[in-house]
Design a binder for this molecule. Sequence first.
Ligand code: PMP
Length: 390
Amino acid sequence: ELAEWQRPLRAQFPIIAGNPDLAYLDSAATAQKPEAVLEAVRAYLTTANANAARGAYPWANATTRMVERVRERVKAFLGDPDPATSAVHFTGGTTEGLRTVARDWLTAYLRDGDEIVVPPADHRANLDPWLEARDLLARQGVRVAVRELPYQASSGDYDFAALAAMAGPRTAFVAATHVHHVYGVDMNIDRLRRAVGPGPVICLDAAQSVGHLPVALDRLDVDFVAFSGHKALALPGTGAVWARQARGPAFHPGGWSGTPNTAGIAGLEAALDWLEAAGPDRIERWCTALAARLTDALRTLDAYEVLGCGLSLAADSPVQHRVGIVAFRHRAISSGDLGFVLFSRGFMVRTDSHCQAGAEESDGSVRVSVHVYNTVEEIDALVAVLAELN
Ligand code: PMP
């Protein structure tokens, strides 16, 4: 049933359809683009290209209206229950989004003696900006304590009991990740609010979840969501930060003071439309099934070690599943060499340390990540090559 659904979707990605001998397995780095996105960018650039919020002629007005419309589109796509009061700021990706929250908002919000909680083993983009904000404030005489968000060794998500024990009245801000970019683990963010209570602002790195699974902000009590449009089928150099605006000062970075990536924003609208039509729940099931198939196969091959805290990976596991991302290591072949062999056979995977903070854990591993266009056949062909090296 899912295979019937997926086949025509795959056909809509020109770079995939045009390269039948190659398998793109690096979508956690950036995703491929469906024809609808390319067409939307082309349509915008050939009918209304102008700067937004400048000039009173039709193309400029159309561009301004388009950008405003896509802000609302982002809110709707994320399931925002209160779009009248929330804000969307367009960025070049998740890194810029988190940095903007740290620099333009967090530094104005924190007070002397506050405490922030940050994830020490997630993507660097979700650690460094918070530490830099702390350092900036320290130079102004504002002392902010940094605590580390604890993980559960058994399941790889956050340890919410330990977090609840750690959170106190001075806990002002928590940075967390929705889906881990190396382990593919859904970090169970729906439990985070209960663990820390109603006070703290929660900022979510949703780089690996937006476009991969339903993000329901009506059920997820977080304050900021940063994501990368380019990992959600839109153009490189696109992304956004959504801000609920319910806690702390208003988030108004930049406004219209610079030239936005209007073509990229037009493409983002088309990407979100495409994803919604395809169904984020089905995309999640598809990508999770491919990841489970790869993980199950790797576990039968002695030479490989799958990274990620001994997770239970059965498709119906009550613990967790991997949302389309599997990292593994060959016990004798380096990450670079394995990546080279795989590419010589047509498989594009990620090698090296994956920008993980405190990276020893994933050093020397290869990361395979899939999106809606990948197939069971690609995973089976990859497994056959990995088995040759076993
Ligand atoms: N956070 C996570 C979890 C990611 O996977 C990535 C991309 N690898 C980023 C942040 C950074 O995203 P971008 O490159 O779009 O800034």
